[in-house]
Design a protein around this ligand. Structure first.
Ligand code: PMP
Length: 921
């Protein structure tokens, strides 16, 4: 039917005089009706195969779903019988639901997948108990008939290899389904709550499924089929894999609890659905070769099938039953009598928290072998070990990789054994229903060669020696700890309970954590961070760890000093003199006098007090949207609402804020940004004129909160001059941007061509050791001596000083400032190239390794894309990158990695960001 004919039909049958636009459908004929007043609904001409009773049932079901609070495509006109395609057909107009579906192959976030599962659950509940004669139909989509559908239509699959795999997978899955079929509740189901048929509301650029359309597959069937169909549709989306569906299972289960039998057949039903989709799609392609909708869908259907078979059903079933709260007892080996005696056996700990993986040792191939042989060869009184074994179920960091978008297989499903002498295992058996496997032939375990010993449930699929953490619970349920067979104690699963809940209960919650669902990070190395599951992330956010995580030189210096002496700076020792000299030497004249504290907040607080006592005044001019610390004074001058939402309302009267000199989105943009200086000068002047001249002007010399934006040329020169003209001091907060991060300049103020009166430093100074400093002129420091008191028990301690010296040594000897310039400008170039391809990127800010990518919904209005920025950070985490939003609008990626970031890391980050922006949020 043409669009013109459809429009004519809408007018003649329903009195709706509008235009019609065809919508794709596999079975029906659908048109969007649109007039001047917007959408008038969807004209649906049912496939003549459907009876009037069936259509009435569908409309009644839509009403039930709508009554349950979901948006639903309920009928507003009809049904009436019309003539279409040369014969009678049933037509009606359904309510058009705006917002779009999840159609396509774009990425679906765990949040969206969960909402899809929740919608399926709500539909299931709404239809529970619904009775109608139109439900009694035999549909090929009814999973109760899936085995027959695959058998009958399988011949249409043209690719013989695919055909065989589809048939075989369906046969295996059907055996599981059949065995539980009697326990599966049957009810009315929509039967097609898929990505194509859920409609979304869109808020903040992000979609949330909250409605359903197309009740054409409504039937009586297994209730769990509603969920199986929904989650199968997730599998065809970018980056999706079997574990991606688990949020939907959890959400469905929360709305409509699954029984144990339903949880057990869910994945087999997913396999059946995927198989049915493939065979039906191929059949449809044969019948209706010209239908683009059908041809396009074929590829997606195959993708669903390939994803569904990529992990054994047994593994997925365990994960699903765990989600639904049904835990199964784990298999255990029978301890043989007489037992195997390995002699003196050493357990090799290769976990993230093991000392054996220190200093990046985990990155060198063959670590386990080297360590094991060294233990066998051990010298000294004890001599060597007779055997070395790894742990069952342990996430091994030596199995991990850096810069991996997909988590590597790290979790051991068995034990690796090294023996000093060969050992015959003889007739050892794992016991009833279990199979012992070893990577060597025969029962003789050789000496000095690692042998992998595993035990799996008889008949279970082949279990790889290492599996990915997401699936580990599923794989481990198919195995048993082989330890007791070898005379070892069973590995005890140590659980720290729900650490996040413990943190929430014991730690003040204003001390937030990154991510709603954060990985537990227990190790860092250079620009990498490792979670306890062995997943390694590229750390693109840790400006504090400037020289990289766990730097051996820093560790050695601090360890040595802790062993020797740690006391306070009222004692006389070398380190404090040396560190103060080194810091002073980094700054231009007259900044030659150093105070040592423990943090940036303290440094800012002290800098302000220096200004107060030096000038005898109380007023301070600071820049809006900046953060300077949490102590009383540093908090008072912090006006960033991202850090403190009530910052502006609670600002004391002595703080006077000037506009953030944001040349991208502030009051003055582009070339007119030079006017910020004039405004700030005017404010400083007006304070003086009003008899309250400022004690100080405080600013970050490079605009950090905006993602690293240079201040307008001449800005600090003009404002500093005016402040000084009225007797005030210029304070530069270099806590974030200073210390080499900007690459081209060691200090941010150098970019502005000025010299401040007071400089505050922290963060990078100690590389995580609590260290801060205020550096000023001897005369300012002397004024403070006359009017105040200063002593910090730990500021300038021997340990702090050697930490600070070691950091400076590393920055210099490893050329980290030059690296920041080089890798930073390479990365900025890559990000600018992305900006040319992705409209969401409004601007790329920054210099060196202080960069910001600002996301906007519209390059004209610059509407901040805050929700999108958080979603981007969440997806980046999944791809192995730690990144966080910044700015008062939370729409900027704050890119400030350790200064040892290399080009490979920069590329990994830029590629991951490109992928996220390409695949959608
Ligand atoms: N000033 C600036 C510019 C900062 O970024 C910070 C910390 N984010 C501080 C001061 C306060 O430093 P600290 O957290 O070490 O107290």
């Amino acid at each position: 039917m043409s669009a013109e004919e459809a429009a004519g039909l809408a007018a003649s049958s329903f009195g709706i005089k509008v235009s019609a636009f065809p919508l794709g459908s596999q079975q029906d004929c659908n048109f969007l009706l649109e007039g001047d007043g917007g959408s008038a609904g969807v004209l649906k001409i049912a496939n003549p195969a459907f009876s009037r009773t069936e259509i009435e049932a569908q409309d009644a079901a839509a009403e039930l779903v709508a009554a349950a609070g979901l948006r639903a495509g309920v009928a507003t006109h009809g049904p009436v019988v019309v003539t279409a395609g040369g014969g009678p057909a049933i037509a009606r107009v359904l309510r058009y639901l705006p917002g779009g579906t999840l159609t396509g192959a774009g990425y679906l976030s765990p949040r969206v997948v969960a909402e899809l599962g929740a919608v399926a659950g709500r539909v299931s509940r709404a239809l529970d108990g619904f009775e109608h004669p139109g439900l009694d139909r035999v549909l090929q989509w009814d999973l109760r008939h899936a085995d027959r559908v695959v058998r009958v239509l399988g011949r249409h699959v043209r690719d013989g290899g695919l055909r065989a795999r589809v048939t075989e997978a369906a046969e295996a899955a059907w055996r599981s389904v059949e065995s539980a079929a009697g326990e599966l509740p049957v009810q009315a189901i929509h039967g097609d709550v898929t990505d194509d048929n859920v409609v979304c509301s869109v808020s903040g650029g992000l979609r949330t499924p909250d409605g359903v359309i197309d009740f054409g597959d409504l039937t009586s069937s297994w209730a769990v089929g509603e969920l199986a169909v929904a989650i199968t549709s997730v599998l065809r989306h970018a980056g999706a894999e079997p574990c991606s569906v688990l949020p939907a299972v959890r959400a469905f289960h929360a709305v409509r609890p699954l029984s144990a039998a339903e949880a057990a057949v869910l994945w087999p039903l997913v396999l059946m659905r995927a198989a049915v989709l493939v065979v039906s799609g191929e059949q449809q392609a044969v019948l209706d070769g010209g239908n683009e909708y059908v041809n396009g869908a074929l590829e997606h259907e195959r993708a669903c099938f390939e994803a569904a078979v990529s992990v054994p059903a047994e593994v997925m079933t365990t994960l699903i039953t765990n989600e639904a709260g049904f835990t199964r007892s784990r298999p255990r080996v029978a301890v043989p009598a007489p037992g195997v005696d390995l002699g003196r056996c050493v357990v090799l700990d290769l976990s993230v928290q093991s000392d054996a993986v220190d200093e990046g040792a985990w990155l060198s191939p063959g670590l386990a072998d080297r360590l094991a042989l060294a233990l066998l060869d051990g010298e000294g009184l004890d001599g060597g070990a007779d055997a070395v074994v790894t742990r069952y179920g342990e996430a091994r960091l030596d199995a991990s990789r850096v810069l991996a978008e997909v988590s590597p297989a790290t979790v051991a499903t068995g034990i690796d054994v090294w023996l000093a002498r060969p050992l015959d295992l003889g007739e050892v058996s794992a016991g009833d229903g279990l199979e012992l496997s070893r990577s060597c032939a025969g029962t003789l375990l050789p000496a000095r060669i690692p042998v992998h010993v595993g035990v799996r449930v008889a008949g279970a699929p082949e279990v790889p020696p290492l599996v990915r953490p997401e699936y580990a619970a599923g794989w481990l349920a198919l195995t048993a700890d082989p330890g007791p067979l070898l005379g070892l104690a069973a590995g005890v699963a140590v659980s720290d309970g729900d650490l996040l809940a413990r943190r929430a209960a014991a730690f003040a919650d204003v001390q937030e954590h990154y991510y709603a669902d954060p990985p537990r990070i227990e190790r860092g190395w250079r620009q990498h961070l490792a979670g306890v599951d062995g997943r390694v992330y590229l750390d693109m956010v840790n400006n504090v760890a400037a020289i990289g995580h766990a730097h051996p030189r820093l560790e050695a210096a601090v360890g040595r000093q802790l062993r020797r002496l740690n006391t306070n700076s009222r004692f006389h020792y070398a380190a404090v003199a040396e560190f103060a000299e080194r810091l002073a030497a980094l700054l231009p004249s007259p900044l030659d006098t150093v105070f040592l504290v423990n943090s940036g907040s303290e440094a800012v607080d002290l800098a302000l007090r220096l200004a107060f006592v030096t000038t005898g005044r109380q007023d301070v001019v600071a820049v809006r949207e900046a953060y300077h610390g949490w102590t009383y004074a540093s908090d008072a001058v912090s006006t960033s609402t991202a850090d403190n939402p009530s910052a502006l309302a609670t600002r004391p009267g002595w703080v006077h804020a000037v506009d953030a000199p944001n040349a991208y989105r502030g009051r003055y943009r582009g070339a007119s940004a030079s006017r910020y200086a004039a405004d700030a000068v005017a404010l400083v002047g007006s304070l003086a004129a009003a008899g309250r001249p400022a004690a100080a002007f405080l600013a970050e010399p490079y605009y950090g909160n905006a993602g690293g934006m240079a201040l307008p040329d001449g800005y600090l020169a003009a404002v500093y001059a005016e402040v000084r003209r009225h007797g005030g001091l210029a304070i530069a907060d270099e806590i974030q941007v200073g210390y080499g991060r900007l690459g081209h300049w060691f200090w941010g103020f150098e970019q502005q061509g000025v010299v401040p009166d007071v400089v505050t430093v922290a963060k990078a100074m100690g590389n995580g050791h609590p260290l801060g400093a205020v550096i000023t002129s001897r005369s300012v420091a002397a004024r403070y001596r006359d009017a105040g008191y200063f002593f910090s028990s730990t500021g300038g301690s021997p340990v702090s000083c050697v930490a600070g010296l070691a950091v400076l040594d590393v920055i210099e000897s490893e050329g980290l400032q030059a690296n920041a310039a080089l890798v930073g400008s390479y990365l900025k170039g890559r990000l600018e190239e992305l900006a040319g391809r992705h409209a969401l990127i409004g601007a790329v800010h920054g210099a060196g390794l202080y960069l910001g990518v600002e996301f906007v919904r519209d390059r004209g209005t610059l509407e901040p894309a805050a929700a999108e920025t958080t979603a981007i950070c969440d997806r980046l985490l999944g791809l192995g990158v730690i990144m966080q939003p910044t700015s008062d609008r939370m729409c900027v990626l704050k890119i400030k990695p350790p200064l040892c970031l290399d080009v490979a890391g920069a590329d990994f980050f830029a590629d991951a960001l490109d992928r996220v922006l390409t695949e959608g949020l």
